[in-house]
Design a protein around this ligand. Structure first.
Ligand SMILES: Nc1nc2c(ncn2[C@@H]2O[C@H](COP(=O)(O)OP(=O)(O)OP(=O)(O)O)[C@@H](O)[C@H]2O)c(=O)[nH]1
Ligand SMILES: [Mg+2]
Ligand SMILES: [Zn+2]
Length: 324
């Protein structure tokens, strides 16, 4: 229950004594845990922000714990901050969700509207930040809807591994439990109401079925407002539950490799280095489609995402030109 502090210190050659990990943040008051598993409160007097998952060094003055600085972050999971301003593309700001994350679980609820675009955005935004990404379809008690989603995804992206579960189905939960690696830190993300907190609750208590809390219409109102890290005894892993997303975008360069690896592998064989895989001669991508070695639907998604990305970049360039 050291929240990974020992392993982190060994990896980086730090001395454990004054290192704690942040499990929750409320303005400048932080809940932290030390290598013995004691839960403590720490504050900071500097103007730096720390995040859930951070390993920080602390000092005690008059019985009060102070964070002095943040230790090397092994990774940072972020997305663009939600904003209602029409002008947000000017100053899109990345919002840090958590740090030092080993596994990312993207939750999609079977009872919510599903689009391939949304799944693609999730994957592209996060795939550059963490290697181990898993997609979970929650609420698979909505059986037909679950099947439709799994079918839609696997037709275009047969290489993506997706697991579905329901909080009402014990067997699916036992399988789910095995996806969480012992000693590792897992972050759950997804729209509001997909079931992140319900799943967290299950993994913490391993109570077989939490029927009271589950409404069959899936529309509970236990909206999470703060990111929080827990120790999940059943999997011996650390779990971060986060508030639901309103949307998913990013201001960073996104990574589409996770979706279109097949296309980039073929692209090295195209005659022209800058082949757009549209009408150029000697295009290996087009010829793979013709020979049915590449799925035409995946290719269509590739063009769609590329067009969207280019439009977005052009928009930012134009705006900035007008501004500057
Ligand atoms: N039918 C069904 N309902 C579920 C399942 N999992 C969660 N729910 C219900 O879905 C609703 C929302 O669940 P939460 O766990 O609060 O969702 P959340 O992702 O934490 O939502 P935010 O905190 O707003 O981001 C609750 O009423 C849950 O009981 C499931 O597998 N099946
Ligand atoms: Mg929640
Ligand atoms: Zn090509």
């Amino acid at each position: 229950m050291d929240f990974g502090i020992n392993a982190y210190c060994i990896r980086h050659g730090f001395v454990i004594a004054d290192i704690v990990r942040i499990t929750e943040k409320n303005r400048n008051v932080y809940q932290v845990v030390n290598h013995k598993g004691d839960h403590l409160q720490a504050i900071t007097t500097n103007d730096k922000d720390y995040y859930v998952g951070d390993f920080v060094s602390v000092t005690t003055v008059d019985n009060q714990l102070f964070i002095t600085h943040c230790l090397t972050r092994e990774n940072v999971i972020s997305k663009a901050r939600n904003t209602t301003s029409k002008d947000f593309l000017f100053h899109v700001e990345e919002q840090i969700l958590a740090t030092n994350v080993d596994q990312l679980f993207i939750l999609i609820a079977a009872d919510q509207r599903f689009t391939l675009s949304k799944l693609e955005r999730y994957l592209m935004v996060f795939s550059g930040m963490v290697k181990d990404i898993k997609i979970l379809i929650s609420k698979n008690d909505y059986q037909l809807k679950t099947e439709k989603i799994l079918e839609d995804v696997s037709r275009v992206y047969p290489h993506l591994r997706i697991c579905s579960y329901s909080i009402l189905n014990e067997e699916s939960l036992l399988h789910l439990n095995t996806l969480f690696e012992p000693g590792e830190t897992a972050l759950l993300v997804g729209s509001s109401g997909v079931g992140k907190s319900t799943l967290t609750n299950y993994l913490l208590n391993k109570v077989s079925i939490i029927t009271n809390d589950v409404r069959m219409d899936g529309k509970g109102k236990h909206t999470t407002t703060a990111t929080k890290m827990y120790h999940a005894t059943s999997s011996e892993s650390y779990l971060i539950d986060s508030p639901g997303f309103k949307g998913i975008q990013t201001s960073r360069e996104i990574d589409s490799e996770i979706l279109f690896e097949d296309i980039s592998r073929l692209a090295v064989e195209c005659k022209f280095n800058d082949c757009k895989h549209q009408s150029e001669p000697g295009c290996a991508v087009k010829s793979a489609i013709k020979n049915q070695r590449l799925d035409s639907e995946m290719y269509a998604r590739f063009l769609y995402q590329k067009k969207k990305r280019e439009g977005y970049e052009r928009y930012i360039r134009d705006k900035n030109r007008k501004k500057g």
